[in-house]
Each structure stands twice: as C-alpha cells, then as structure tokens.
Design a protein around this ligand. Structure first.
Ligand code: C2E
Ligand code: MG
Ligand code: MG
Ligand code: MG
Length: 280
C-alpha cells in the first residue's frame, strides 16, 4: 500500500513538473513575441535629494504590456529573460528608450536629471555591452553623464577583473555607477574600494522597518556612514512614510526613492513632477 501511495506521489509530482515546464515554455514563447512586437514600456521613478527636495534622478523600470491591458512587473519575467538570453534584446530596448526619452526631455527644456538603467548580471558580462552603450549614446545624442547604471552586488562578482575594466570604461563614457539592493548580496565589501562606484542604494528590505526594528535602523545607519567614508552618495529605496523620510534625513542619507514621494510614473507624467522643485 505504501508502495502504491509512493507511486501516486511520483505521478502527481511528474504532472506538476510538466505543468511547470509547460508554463515556462509558454512564458518564454510569449516573451519572445513581446520582444518582436515591442510590447514593453518604461516607467520612471523620481529620486529626491533629501536636503533640497528636488528631483535628482529618474530610475527607468520595465513593464511588459499584455494584450489584455495588464502590466507584468519585471520580477515575473526578467529571470526567464536572463536564462534564455532574451535579456540582451530587451536590455538594448531599455537602454535606447531610456536614453532617447531623457534626451527628449532635455531638448524640451526640462532640468537635466540623469536616468538610471538597471543591468542584470548577464547584460553586464556581455562582451558587447560597452559597444552597445557607446552606440546608444551617440545615436540618441545623450551625454554619458546623464546615464546612471544600476548593478546588484552579484552582477559585479562574476568576473572581478573583467568587471572592473567594464566599470572603468563606463565611467570614461561619463556614466555614474550605483550598487542596487545594497546589503542583500555579497558580504565581502572590499570590492567597494576596487570598483569605481558612485552611489549605494540601500535595499528596501532594510528601509521598510527602519523606524521599528533596531537592527534595520542600525544597518541603515552603518550603510550611510560606510558610503560617506568612501565618498559615495547613499540613496534609500522603498521610502513609503514620513517617519522613514525623517529617520533618513536625521541620519544624513543623501537621496530617497519611494512611494512616499512618487510611484514609478508614465513618461508623460514625469515633466510635471520634475518641475515641482523644492518639495521637501
Ligand atoms: P530595483 O531596481 O531594486 O527597483 C526598485 C523596485 O521597488 C521597483 O520594482 C519599484 O517599482 C519598487 N518600489 C519603488 N518604490 C517603492 C516603495 O515605496 N515601496 C515598495 N514596496 N516598492 C517600491 P519593479 O519596478 O517591480 O522592479 C523590480 C526589479 O526588476 C528592479 O528592482 C530591478 O532589479 C528589475 N528591473 C526593473 N527594470 C529593469 C530593466 O529594465 N532591466 C533589468 N535588467 N532589470 C530591471
Ligand atoms: Mg534599480
Ligand atoms: Mg533595488
Ligand atoms: Mg531589486
């Protein structure tokens, strides 16, 4: 009887596995089609200077638009895009569109604020990345200093020497470099002095309970002083409340990003928010 039950379990397990495989294949096919049809959109989340309250950056965040009008968030498809290599054409689309849009805003007379583009590990280690960035900057006309590249710690670590070279080359193009989700990844911090990083982004998992959890508060303060002692700017992600904002100001965090100030916005809604200076 036990044997019988075991066999049934295996059968159930197999059919679940098949369902998962089918689901993945399905997602992969649809994602491929989305790439061909350009069914993506970028939304932009303002980054605020804590002292002046002005918008000092915009992070471009990717959305996949379905025929149904539904929007799929990146966490639901970036991992598959990474595995299948589709991240390369998708990432190129992101880079072109973010740079084009930023150039367009500047031409229209809005204050120049850099655009942040997220690069996943596979994009960062792609040997063609630098040529691609160079080409996109020259084709869109955007100055390199208006581009900020966001990388997680794990993206740096695949190939350290190669990574340092790539980052130095990006810096030569004028780009700024931000470490995204800082504190959630690699524990060996020595890379911070070897890599030409400009900005640390404190992960939102630390910011969330900053005012109630002494551990999260301590980590956040430590990241801010670490960043400052290395001459880096520090930005807090996922700031949702006035209390979090106040904590961060009290501890001299440089910038913040989060729903408290603004959710990610459609491109057409960005100019009005950029114009509204002196918000804090
Ligand atoms: P991330 O770069 O760490 O982006 C921050 C995420 O936090 C975004 O989620 C943003 O919408 C969300 N967020 C912003 N403010 C708040 C807040 O106050 N509270 C909360 N709970 N969340 C907030 P999103 O847009 O779903 O993006 C998720 C991740 O997907 C990003 O994390 C980034 O790693 C990745 N991603 C987004 N766009 C791209 C892209 O164009 N290329 C690549 N390779 N990855 C991307
Ligand atoms: Mg990011
Ligand atoms: Mg982040
Ligand atoms: Mg993230």
């Amino acid at each position: 009887q036990a044997k019988e039950a075991g066999r049934n379990n295996i059968r159930v397990f197999k059919s679940e596995m098949n369902a998962q495989v089918t689901e993945r294949l399905n997602l992969q096919t649809r994602l491929r089609r989305a790439v061909d049809q350009g069914d993506f959109e970028l939304v932009y989340q303002p980054q605020i200077d804590l002292l002046t309250g002005s918008v000092v950056g915009l992070e471009a965040l990717l959305r996949w638009r379905l025929e149904t009008g539904e929007w799929v968030p990146p966490d639901a498809f970036i991992p598959i895009a990474e595995e299948t290599g589709l991240i390369v054409p998708i990432g190129e689309w992101v880079l072109i569109n973010a740079c084009q849009q930023n150039y367009h805003w500047q031409r229209a007379g809005f204050p120049a604020v850099p655009v942040g583009v997220n690069l996943s590990a596979r994009q960062f280690s792609d040997p063609e990345l630098l040529d691609r960035v160079r080409r996109v900057l020259s084709q869109t006309g955007l100055d390199g200093s208006m581009l900020e590249v966001e990388l997680t710690e794990s993206a740096f670590m695949h190939n350290v020497e190669e990574g340092i070279n790539t980052l130095n080359a990006l810096k030569e193009l004028g780009a700024r470099l931000a470490v995204d989700d800082f504190g959630t990844g690699y524990s060996n911090l020595s890379y911070l002095k070897r890599f030409p990083v400009d900005l640390l982004k404190i992960d939102q998992s630390f910011v969330r309970d900053i005012t109630t959890d002494p551990g999260d508060a301590a980590i956040t303060q430590a990241v801010i002083s670490l960043g400052h002692s290395l001459n880096l700017k520090v930005i807090a992600e996922g700031v949702e409340t006035l209390e979090q904002h106040e904590f961060l100001r009290k501890h001299a965090c440089d910038q913040l990003q989060g729903y408290y100030f603004s959710p990610p916005l459609l491109a057409r809604d960005v100019p009005a928010v950029i114009r509204q200076q002196g918000w804090a």
